[in-house]
Design a protein around this ligand. Sequence first.
Ligand code: CTP
Length: 410
Amino acid sequence: MTGKRVLLIIGGGIAAYKSLEVIRLLAKRGVASRCVLTRAGAEFVTPLSVAALSQDKVYTDLFSLTDEAEMGHIELSRSADLVVVCPATADLIAKAAAGLANDLATTALLATDKPVLMAPSMNVRMWAHPATQRNVAQLIADGVRVMSPDEGPMACGEFGPGRLPEPERIVAEVMAMLNDDGVVLGPLRGFRAVVTAGPTREPIDPVRYLSNHSSGRQGYEIAAALHRLGADVRLVTGPTALTPPAGVTVRAVETAEQMLSAVEADMPADIFVSVAAVADWRPAEPAATKLKLKSEKRGAGKAAGVALDLVENPDILKLISARKKDRPRLIVGFAAETDDVEANAAAKLARKGCDWIIANDVSGDVMGGMDNEVLLVRAEGVERWPRMSKSDVATRIAERIAEAFNDPEG
Ligand code: CTP
């Protein structure tokens, strides 16, 4: 990993001192840090200690003509393989989400063409505030990797999520994101993964369709997490409002039948993760022209019922699991359940013929939300994971997949 460089933006928070440890741990792994210290960051750590540890000049927010002559801010933002914001304060997160560029740190974030990792750190209430959560959602939608903060006692005396993730965890994330000429050096390097995500749309007529509330977020996060571990990822997605993760090959589809064809076109694959909320039925014969309201014919005030003739859609997960030739070595299905989650998921595992089921309880606010609470159901048993962000669920799933592929017994 030698020769790799990160641009480390140090925000103004009590955890700023931990960025020094991040610099040290990265250096131990042969990764150089070039640092931008925000004005607030300089209140917590001195430019001198940052310069000493990074063995490089420190860029501060103070406008300097010498700096601009040596290295312009645009070049600075692109001089690294990865941009890391640590600590990412509520203020920096908000500015980045809004695309502000009123100092060196935010200008670098707006000007960069490199992947960005944010390690948040703030008071628990600031983290939980809808404004921060909205900003984080926006950054994730923009393709930024935002880590979940750690949970625990805080400098301000409160307790909860908001603490800076431990430096070791940040460094592990950095190492996973750093890549070599576009090819990520990870445990899944050399393996192909196909991931389906989002809803499908089944046309009723040229202007109407049947669909569901899936946002696609969990599937996109899984595609990104598998890519971070080095897999060659194909994301087959129904319509969503999300920006596809960098480095992932995307096939956009609308209907379940199109999704099946796209998945089949990407076979053979080593891994298949079926996250899409595929519509179970489709209108048997979508009308060629817009259906008209017929109530006028029946007289005013009488509601006219319209019967839709529905046929079953292909079950993509079941079909791929049943492949005789070129069946992916590991097939992971999802089960959205509202009750009896564990029993229903176990039954679904058998019925679909896949290897693992990630069961999520969708009785709450999971669909379209940022968090997820899941069970990993395998033939050898069930694991219940605590509630965490969809992005952390994705990282864990990808890590489990990598373990399965590197298990000599597997
Ligand atoms: N799935 C699929 N193709 C379908 C329906 C579902 O590939 N036509 C996949 C989903 O991507 C998911 C899994 O099957 O991985 C389970 O989806 P879910 O909607 O929970 O299950 P259903 O098969 O629809 O069963 P039910 O609605 O009866 O719970």
